[in-house]
Write a protein that binds this ligand. Sequence first.
Ligand code: FAD
Ligand code: NA7
Length: 457
Amino acid sequence: MTNFKVGIIGAGPSGLAMLRAFESEQKKGNPIPEIKCYEKQDNWGGMWNYTWRTGVGKYGEPLHGSMYKYLWSNGPKECLEFSDYSFTEHFGQSISSYPPREVLFDYIQGRIKKSKARDFIKFNTVARWVDYLYDKKQFRVIFDDLVNNETFEEYFDYLVVGTGHFSTPNLPYFKGIENFPGAVMHAHDFRGADQFIDKNILLIGSSYSAEDIAVQCYKHGAKSITISYRSNPIDTKWPKEIKEKPLVTHFENNTAYFKDGTTEDYDAVIFCTGYQHKLPFLPDELRLKTKNCLYPDQLYKGVIFNNNERLIYLGMQDQYYTFNMFDAQAWFARDYMLGRINLPELKLRTDDINLWKAEELATETGEDHVDFQTDYIKDILSYTDYPFLNLDKVAEMFKSWLKDKEENILNYRDKIYTSVVDGTEANIHHTPWMKEMDDSLERYLDETPVDEKELSK
Ligand code: FAD
Ligand code: NA7
């Protein structure tokens, strides 16, 4: 074992990627540092560890989860596949390209269950505060053990923050909303479309959450859905029950007033207005301060904090790529901590960050964003021995996914793609997504189409 100690905060896909990166090094017979990971929930998986709760968790902590029942992958699974663990290896069969949440959770767990990673994780433990001790070059982290209601501290030579950034709602105010008589919630608290059957719904915001919650509510029987946009409409071919309007200006009781002078009455309002990077356990000089973007400021190679080179952030970018990008970052972070990647001096690091930021600024379209994130991952992977991933092919799939959504937002999840990891062509799912109301793992892996099921009842 090398004689330094690494602390990881969060056991979501990013934190688990860090554990996996060290494990793969250990398997080669190489020494690894002492590692401890702390997770505030009672299980791993981060967002993919679904909860019915809203508001606070069992121990009164702000609730992390933003996922809902009936959530199916919003991009092809072939774009997020781990290059050292394919979907076919996990399920033993070809599955469709857009699996439901529970199926993706099962896949994430499959790889990590094969390791001893669970032994390194202390669950129900929340990071409360971090200090950097300049003389010792160590982080002192204060944790709360939620089960035993005890506070304790630990010291680390490197600290890895993988706490996600789609958890703390960004919740703007609109005049009169306080008197709106129906349900008002943020997407963070949306747990399923059931309560909106036959209702007229207003969604504020026009990005991923608005798009998917609109389609979910349509699928499950909402009467009408209006998406109110600040900058740009989503502008796809919506069914007649979904429409887009410019931004709401204010509310009077259940009536919304829009910028174009129109008004409409609603039963419920869902804020799909994004999330804040909230890192309340970090002091000012260590805290990443950024909006949701592809290249957050202050992060060299999107990973190493520029003000303190022993502080590492994973998964803090806006995400086209997810699980395999977290892997790339974790492999890079591992090799850096093991002393295999030399850090340039501060000025050169800052110049590098500024170059990437300028490039992001020049992007305009979804395709540009895909190319940007592809180039970023290629760059960090070039420093590591992460198993080869054909990123040019993955980028093509992302671009085709963007087109699929534009062509038909209601059935893009029925399309199939081919794995760049093992060449498996995805299976056409037994039931079209719009008709499939049961998102359980059992039902998904079952071979019977929905109409035959109905007949046999
Ligand atoms: P998270 O998954 O958020 O995990 C962070 C972990 O840190 C959590 O377990 C949390 O409990 C823990 N934590 C936080 N604070 C502390 C603390 N102070 N102390 C200890 N532990 C702490 N991605 C896709 O690839 N496909 C999709 O279809 C998709 N759909 C999504 C839908 C929604 C509604 C949302 C919100 C996200 C979606 N994502 C999707 C993106 C998703 O965020 C990533 O897939 C992935 O979960 C990010 O991993 P992470 O580990 O960085 O963060
Ligand atoms: P995003 O992608 O960060 O988008 C936030 C949206 O909210 C975007 O359309 C913003 O409009 C809009 N927004 C933000 N503030 C306001 C205010 N004040 N008024 C009106 N509209 C506003 O968040 P999402 O939740 O959609 O997606 C995050 C992740 O969750 C994603 O990875 C998914 O997989 C699930 P803008 O375009 O900036 O004008």
